[in-house]
Design a protein around this ligand. Structure first.
Ligand code: GUN
Length: 723
């Protein structure tokens, strides 16, 4: 029970040794649900820290805690320091008592005041020491604000000065968590410089600073650039905070790019001049007859009644309304991360505002995109930048794509051309292109004209073609997919209008797709399967071949071989050998349940839901024995396509963890010694000890970079120990 006598209970302190630690409990690409451990409770992220002005408390902090369950808020230490009455009380009783709030208190340092008023009188160490003395949970160093109108050299000076102030600020803060803000204005290079420089210092959290004027001017494309430049260069185990960002419209996009904390006074500033925050923009109370969203604060009033209130009462009511809407959108983002749909939410929200749409299109189309369909790219070329600017952002896009897991459960809900740009769709395609290899040298058959499940239409036909020297593909709205992967998501489960599958075959497009799959100069025979009447006769006539006897086992083997290559990164020849003379246990719907190899061992079990495949312990042992590379000895991260055919990634755990992992317990961060450069979240990994002995099969929750630096939370979810 979180409640007692109508009041929310005070938070429980984290364990002392965990204070300041951040762990990820769920993720969707770079978006993450985290827990930040503090002495005033475990803060669940992503979340919004409402700004409290200690002089004007429009909504009482206590009410924020009791009524709204807000776990953290931010106030300004400089304002407290400047006002003697506040300062004395804060020093005597602590900041939590000053504002009557039991949760996590973050304070800012006065940097924003120096941006607004020109200067502040407080010193670098002085303000950090003051924050420590008043007992804040998270303090902020005095950084130098970088405005968008500053020149490159002015911004560089501010970035360098902020980094220079970092070490002394950290030493002054001692064991209090400290924010190390990232500056850099509108210059991506300087954002990178700031991120790299600040990451080297022992900060707990990195706020992205200097973005308030950019958001005020609705330059969301610049905001997206800043976010990508910073986030991909920051230590992944430190939460990222968006300084001054509280418009709910921006949450999905920023959460999808890895933002963990937000703070804003927007809920009250907007309320003061009669503006309502909504996930699709801002509305004026003067313009509306009805509420855009019904929220608890206003259920008893009509907009007209609120307009008639005196200013103070109206401001309080609208502040509550704005806060409620903001909290709701944040909840929606968190749920979307859990559901694996945060990108889709950002995509949908991008349609709400032209500047947001521009930002979104820039993210998805700007970097040079090797696996994208050029036709689709051309459609939105207006949003692209030209020349060098495009290539410059390629690594940042890779960073976003390579953190995605695939295949996912459930259907891919069609959202027009945006669907092609979803990072996990791109990841699925890149993995296919990097790992799949053709085993035939003859003509290519492309089935088109119908949606999945294709096996129900042409499974029998495929069995009669399979022993011919022909490669078989299906044309899907997300590209060509080899027959062996016909049940693999996202290709196999797209929720969209029927016409998506009715597109006429385009040979130039098919050629390009085949080239990406490593197939050149082959005759393409496209077969319309929308009508199955007389299909067999038509097809054999079209192909100019005789129907062969059905070869169901050959087809089944082919499916497992393709899955081994694409899902487990197995070398093609190894995959072929593993499947030689196997037998299959079939489901009632005639799909492969288990593969039993020639020695009678059950190695693999295809998953029927999303087309994935599970490894048994025997299967893991086989894949482990095929390893050609040495046991990994570091955490270097690299493009997975360089390691095609090297098998599932290995994660090396230390001797303390070894017995637990071997029994099937999860691998916790802090116990990992090294991993392969191609470890990705959501992928099956083999867990080994430092001698390379197989301990367990698991599903990585992390990239190599994350395995290197996190010290709390689950690193690899273990599916089964391998005793
Ligand atoms: N509040 C809004 N922007 C900033 C910033 O850049 N630095 C600090 N310290 N606080 C802010």
């Amino acid at each position: 029970m979180k409640w007692q006598d109508g009041r929310r209970k005070d938070p429980k302190s984290c364990r002392e040794k965990d204070n300041g630690r951040f762990e990820i409990i769920a993720r969707d690409g770079q978006a993450r649900l985290g827990k930040l451990h503090t002495l005033h409770g475990i803060l669940e992220t992503p979340c919004l820290l409402p700004v409290i002005n200690p002089n004007i408390r429009t909504i009482e902090p206590r009410e924020m805690w009791d009524r709204y369950g807000i776990q953290a808020l931010i106030t300004n230490s400089y304002v407290i320091w400047k006002h003697d009455n506040l300062k004395e009380k804060a020093l005597a009783e602590g900041v939590h008592s000053l504002i009557d709030y039991p949760g996590v208190v973050m304070t800012d340092s006065g940097t924003f005041q120096s941006y607004v008023y020109g200067d502040v009188e407080v010193g670098v160490e002085e303000i950090v020491k003051f924050q420590k003395d008043i007992g804040v949970d998270i303090a902020t160093m005095l950084d130098i604000f970088t405005r968008p109108d500053m020149t490159y050299s002015q911004v560089e000076k501010a970035v360098d000065e902020t980094v220079d102030r970092g070490q002394i600020s950290i030493e002054t803060a001692g064991d209090v968590m400290l924010n190390g803000p990232i500056q850099g204005g509108l210059f991506p290079e300087l954002r990178v410089k700031s991120s790299v420089g600040m990451s080297k210092l022992d900060f707990s959290i990195h706020p992205i600073g200097g973005i308030v004027p950019i958001m005020e001017q609705q330059k969301y494309r610049d905001l997206a650039k800043i976010m990508l430049a910073c986030k991909s260069n920051l230590a992944p185990n430190r939460p990222v905070h968006m300084f001054g960002c509280g418009h709910p419209m921006l949450f999905p996009m920023l959460v999808a790019m890895g933002a963990d904390l937000f703070d804003s006074a927007a809920y009250v500033l907007f309320a003061r001049d009669g503006r309502l925050l909504t996930p699709w923009g801002t509305e004026r109370i003067s313009d509306i007859e009805e509420w855009p969203i019904l929220m608890p604060a206003i259920t008893n009033y009509s907009p007209a009644e609120v307009r008639a209130m005196d200013k103070q009462e109206r401001t309080i009511l609208l502040s509550k309304y704005n806060l409620e809407v903001t909290l709701q959108e944040m909840s929606r983002c968190r749920q979307a991360v859990r559901d694996g749909t945060i990108w889709r939410l950002a995509e949908r929200r991008s349609h709400e505002h032209p500047a947001l749409r521009e930002a979104f299109l820039w993210i998805v189309t700007n970097p040079a995109r090797s696996s994208m369909d050029p036709l689709i790219l051309d459609e939105i070329s207006a949003s692209k930048e030209t020349g060098n600017e495009r290539g410059k952002w390629e690594d940042n896009w890779d960073w976003l794509v390579h953190s995605q897991y695939t295949p996912r459960n459930g259907g891919e809900s069609w959202g027009g051309t945006d669907t092609h740009h979803r990072p996990h769709v791109e990841m699925a395609r890149r993995r296919l292109f990097a790992r799949w290899t053709s085993r035939k040298s003859g003509d290519v058959i492309v089935f088109h004209g119908a949606s999945a499940p294709w096996r129900e239409r042409v499974g029998d036909l495929v069995e009669r073609i399979y022993s011919h020297d022909m490669e078989i593909f299906v044309q899907t709205p997300l590209g060509l997919v080899p027959w062996g992967l016909e049940d693999l998501n996202p290709w196999a489960h797209i929720e969209g209008p029927e016409w998506l599958w009715k597109r006429k075959p385009d040979y130039a497009w098919m050629q390009r797709e085949l080239q990406r799959l490593g197939i050149y100069d082959r005759k393409i025979v496209s077969v319309d399967i929308s009508d199955t009447e007389e299909l067999h006769n038509r097809v054999f006539e079209q192909l100019g071949i005789e129907p062969m006897d059905r070869t169901p086992d050959l087809k089944k083997q082919g499916q497992i071989i393709d899955k081994l290559c694409v899902l487990y990164n197995v070398d093609l020849q190894d995959a072929i050998q593993l499947c030689e003379n196997s037998t299959f246990v079939m489901s009632r719907t005639n799909r492969i349940r288990n593969l039993i190899n020639s020695e009678g061992l059950h190695l693999f079990s295809p998953r029927l839901a999303e087309g994935g495949m599970s490894l048994t312990v025997e299967g893991a042992r086989k894949l482990h024995s095929l390893r050609k590379l040495a046991t990994p000895s570091n955490f270097n991260e690299n493009d997975f396509s360089f390691y095609a055919g090297q098998g599932p990634a290995w994660v090396v755990v230390d001797s303390d963890a070894e017995p637990f992992v071997n029994e099937g317990r999860n691998v916790m961060h802090g116990f990992v010694l090294a991993c392969d450069p191609w470890v990705r979240p959501g992928e099956t990994v083999l867990i080994v000890n430092s001698e390379g002995k197989l301990l367990a099969i698991g599903r990585s929750q992390s990239t190599a970079g994350e395995l290197a630096c996190f010290n709390k939370g689950i690193a690899v979810k273990v599916r089964e120990g391998c005793p």
